[in-house]
Design a protein around this ligand. Structure first.
Ligand code: DAT
Length: 179
């Protein structure tokens, strides 16, 4: 973004959420690279620190130890300039985020992406349903002030570029308003 270094300034915290496969990691990493922010993938953080409290046999995934994840993240949040990526957000403290983006992907695109990731059977169907029922959007709307929750279409590379442009504009405005 035109060489503006956003490090070392009193900074925003952005959260990207959505069903697996909607493009959070792609958008989060690219945005972080363009604005010089810290990208945090909560799933990876949990894996590295083994921040789990069991295994969910039905959904074939480890169960996050939410308290330990929050403890682990708190210091980084205080520094600001952070982009958080996770599929859900209801256990994060409300005070953390200045803005929450829920990425949304149409079924046909999402199906292909999850299938090529090796999802099948119940796991694939559950994730498609999660997107159809806009589960994560509703979770965000009930966890945060509605005015900070925004949906972003994430179907095509053009959507990705448009989202990056819009969020960078939001960051620039936020920086003007808060510094
Ligand atoms: P997530 O982090 O939400 O699980 P991802 O960033 O890993 O998703 O993306 C899943 C796949 O979809 C990956 O192959 C990249 C692709 N993808 C992401 N955003 C896209 C977009 N806007 N248009 C086309 N493909 C996209």
């Amino acid at each position: 973004m035109n060489g503006i270094d956003l490090n070392n300034i009193s900074l925003y915290i952005i959260c990207f959420i959505g069903t697996p496969g909607v493009g959070k990691t792609t958008l989060g990493k690219e945005l972080a690279a363009r604005v010089g922010a810290t990208y945090i993938n909560v799933g990876d953080l949990a894996k590295e620190g083994e921040l789990y409290e069991g295994f969910d046999e039905e959904y074939e995934c480890p169960i996050l130890d939410e308290d330990r994840v929050i403890d682990e993240l708190e210091d980084k949040m205080n520094e600001g300039g952070v982009i958080v990526d996770y599929h859900g957000c209801d256990f994060f403290p409300e005070r953390w985020f200045h803005i929450v983006f829920v990425l949304r992907t149409e079924n046909s695109f999402l199906y292909d992406r999850l299938e090529s990731r090796g999802y099948k059977g119940k796991k694939l169907q559950d994730n498609i349903q999660c997107e159809i029922f806009q589960t994560i959007y509703e979770e965000a709307m009930s966890s945060y002030k509605e005015e900070i929750v925004h949906q972003l279409p994430s179907n095509t590379p053009e959507d990705l570029e448009r989202n990056l442009d819009q969020i960078i504009q939001w960051i620039e405005q936020w920086m003007k308003d808060n510094n």
